[in-house]
Design a protein around this ligand. Structure first.
Ligand code: COA
Length: 148
């Protein structure tokens, strides 16, 4: 049974550890500090984490001030059981509640993440740097479908 809850500053070491543990969309050039997480989770946006049996296994962070999903990561051993989707459900809903009409993110082509975003209605906007694509999700209409 997994439980999604708001992220707290005390979670940051676990979030950094999860982010460093994944193979796809791994950080190559960019080194993120604790301060980067504090900024993302408290000033620019909010985060949500997923706990399984008391262990934090995944997290998402959305930044209304930038209009983007800054991070979505699930430990390898816990991938493929709906945790990423559950985290995105909460983060997308929260971002739209903040009044945004569209959300952005970037991800590497051919990854599980890219498949998941496409399945959820995110539209590819084109390349974003040498090894990334930009995706956009429009605010759902009352029919539940993204607006056109
Ligand atoms: C992208 C990521 C966050 C998705 O998390 P996840 O928990 O694996 O996501 P889900 O389980 O919700 O969905 C992924 C897969 O499980 C399937 N799935 C979803 N719910 C499921 C369920 N209840 N039972 C079984 N399978 C399920 C989905 O169909 C999907 O299948 P596919 O990958 O074979 O196409 C995770 O794979 C990850 O951390 N990847 C590495 C880092 C990364 O790329 N992050 C994104 C940066 S932009």
């Amino acid at each position: 049974m997994h439980d999604v809850r708001p992220a707290r500053l005390i979670d940051i070491p676990a979030l950094m550890e999860i982010r460093a543990s994944v193979r796809e969309n791994a950080l190559v050039a960019l080194r993120l500090s604790r301060e980067d997480y504090v900024q993302a989770l408290t000033v620019d946006g909010r985060g949500f984490v997923c706990d399984v049996d008391g262990q934090t296994v995944g997290f998402v962070c959305g930044r209304p001030s930038k209009g983007d999903i800054w991070a979505l990561f699930v430990r390898e051993a816990y991938q493929g059981r709906g945790i990423g989707s559950a985290l995105l459900d909460v983060a997308e809903a929260w971002m739209f509640e903040q009044g945004l009409d569209a959300l952005m993110l970037t991800t590497a082509p051919g990854t599980r993440a890219e498949r998941l975003y496409r399945l959820r209605g995110w539209q590819c906007e084109g390349p974003a740097g040498p090894a990334e694509r930009a995706y956009r999700l429009l605010r759902p209409t009352t029919t539940g479908r993204p607006a056109r």
